[in-house]
Design a protein around this ligand. Structure first.
Ligand code: D5M
Ligand code: FE
Ligand code: ZN
Length: 555
């Protein structure tokens, strides 16, 4: 069997129980007969070796030079990076952002970038290949990768917070929902309390007519009146109270963004009979504009991907292999982390007629196949995975990080498997990982310019603004009753990583980088029927030291 790729070499070595330095793999790939070289290195490796090093390879290849080799994917152009900086939206009205992107990682590492993509300066994140920055993909000619870096596991820091796996308390009783919403109210009202001088619903009803008053509550109802105003009913732990938002108050834009069940503050003046509050202002919990992000103190990167969908006829195995191949090249050496935001497999019975497009019909076989594909990733990569709606866990969120059986199948390269959502802190950078089912909801509910499939990061901004990954209850998104509302975004993350909508898009909202990572599945029949054009085969790469993004295309 010819060893056609770096990933295959890594897999072959893993089969013999060895991890390998990336440089060792590159050297093996460049040997004139790499199959023989692999066999030889396996035969000659010292008995106590756990990891094949470049020295082991040189010992068996007699120092055969690697310089003639091109360890890039076969089609040569597939690892082109495209535009790298987000749209740096500084406010909710960011549609005309004219930010000047900072220096990108391309600029730092390559003198061969011919032009800046117009997309970069517009701040959009449309992965149109026309906007691909030309880039020399031969890592051998890139001065910054001349000397392969060697990973030092001691430099790594990866901590998972907010993992609810094994901590589900829900019994499915109505009372549990009351607890979930109470917890949501308590934690989000805290965020709003400093901004308004609020009173409980019960107390507001007792205040004299004409008083100034403010209330914080969960949205119980929102509707427009015949005369074009809006009536919003808020609920807190003492009761409900209505607020009338007059159309001439300049609040229409904010009213557009209101979702059911989210936490909101309304400030205004009570009617003469104290029966309704005439609103002057509305406040979402939001992310402070002053949010200061963490950063790694060395140059190290994370690949943020999702929606692999192994088991689907449309799973793009070739693109995936090109990606994992590339991960073994010196150019990808700084990528020490892989964060996977759900939908590892296609699953079974997720959507009607899905079985007609299944390549693997058994769910366990799908995870076995996924595990094989994951083995192609360099063995020393730190991997974190959360489930999505196609995975074999309960659909209601938060989703625990799989049962023991599936976990053992996916136990590849010591991957950490945690709940959806979960926060991982990677060398000082807090990354909130969430699969993204609520994005469908946000996109359906809000006007096009605020949230759309073409700009999924803007829908993510709304979730940041609401400080909740799935504010609206009872629609697309199923919420599990738990004593704690794990879906509240209590601590502001530095990076928000989602998938699910199969569209690539990223940008900054109040300093928080929102990234929706595309997918590894070509268009399905359903997607064709509703005109969803997925962004397949892209790998967004995040610099953990600068929070800049580079996107690589493998399809
Ligand atoms: O869904 C990927 C995207 O496509 C997400 O936006 C939902 C939408 N989608 C895909 N298939 C369906 C069906 N059958 N009904 C409704 N919406 C669908 P994912 O769940 O990640 O495959
Ligand atoms: Fe998906
Ligand atoms: Zn999904």
């Amino acid at each position: 069997m010819p060893l056609e790729s770096n990933a295959r070499i890594a897999k072959e070595l893993a089969r013999h129980g060895y991890n390998a330095e990336r440089e060792a793999i590159t050297l093996l790939a460049s040997a004139s007969d790499s199959t023989a070289a692999v066999e030889s290195v396996v035969d000659h490796a010292p008995d106590d070796a756990l990891r094949i090093t470049s020295d082991h390879v040189r010992a068996v290849t007699n120092g055969e030079p690697a310089s003639g080799a091109d360890p890039t994917p076969a089609d040569g152009g597939s690892a082109d990076p495209i535009h790298s900086d987000g749209d740096s939206a500084d406010s909710e009205s960011d549609t005309t952002s004219e930010s000047t992107p900072d220096q990108t990682s391309d600029e730092r590492s390559s003198a061969t970038s011919k032009s800046r993509s117009p997309v970069e300066t517009e701040g959009s994140s449309n992965p149109d290949p026309d906007h691909t920055v030309e880039h020399n993909t031969d890592p051998a000619s890139d001065p910054s990768t001349d000397t392969a870096l060697h990973h030092d596991p001691d430099l790594r820091e990866l901590e998972v917070g907010n993992d609810m796996t094994g901590r589900s308390t829900g019994t499915g009783e109505y009372g549990d929902f009351v607890k979930t919403f109470r917890d949501r109210y308590e934690r989000l009202s805290k965020v709003l309390r400093g901004r308004v001088n609020h009173r409980p619903a019960e107390a507001i009803a007792e205040m004299p007519g004409g008083s100034d008053a403010a209330m914080i509550g969960l949205v119980n109802d929102v509707r427009s009146t015949k005369s074009g105003h809006w009536l919003v009913e808020l609920e807190d732990t003492t009761g409900t109270f209505p607020a009338l938002i007059m159309k001439d108050k300049g609040l229409a834009d904010l009213v557009d963004e209101i979702l059911m069940d989210e936490c909101l503050a309304v400030e205004g003046t009570l009617a003469d009979d104290s029966g309704i509050l005439f609103a002057d202002s509305l406040h979402f919990p939001d992310v402070p504009r002053t949010h200061r992000t963490g950063a790694a103190d060395r140059h190290v990167q994370a690949a943020l991907i999702s929606d692999v969908h192994v088991g689907s006829d449309e799973f793009m195995a070739d693109a995936w292999s090109r990606f994992t191949d590339w991960l073994h090249t010196p150019e990808a050496e700084p990528i020490e982390y892989l964060l996977l935001a759900g939908d590892m497999v296609e699953g079974v019975g997720v959507y009607p007629d899905q079985d007609e497009e299944l390549e693997i019909v058994d769910i366990y076989d799908q995870y076995e196949a996924f595990a094989e594909h994951l083995k192609e990733v360099p063995a020393d990569t730190e991997i974190v995975m959360i489930p999505g709606n196609h995975d074999a866990v309960r659909l209601a969120e938060p989703q625990p990080g799989f049962n023991d059986e599936i976990r053992s199948i996916m136990d590849v390269h010591d991957a950490q498997i945690v709940s959806n959502p979960a926060t991982v802190t990677v060398e000082g950078v807090d990354v909130l990982m969430y699969h993204g089912v609520s994005l469908d909801e946000v996109i359906a509910e809000l006007p096009e310019e605020k949230a759309s499939y073409d700009e999924p990061h803007k829908a993510m901004y709304q979730l940041l603004k609401k400080r909740h990954v799935a504010p609206q209850f009872g629609g697309h998104t199923r919420v599990a009753p738990e004593e704690r509302d794990y879906l509240v975004i209590e601590d502001v993350p530095d990076v928000f990583h989602t998938g699910h909508v199969h569209k690539l898009g990223w940008g900054k909202y109040h300093n928080v980088l929102a990234v929706n990572s595309g997918c590894w599945q070509a268009q399905t029949d359903f997607q064709k029927s509703v005109n969803i054009d997925p962004d397949s085969g892209y790998a967004p790469i995040l610099d953990l030291d600068t929070l800049e993004m580079t996107v690589r295309k493998f399809a």
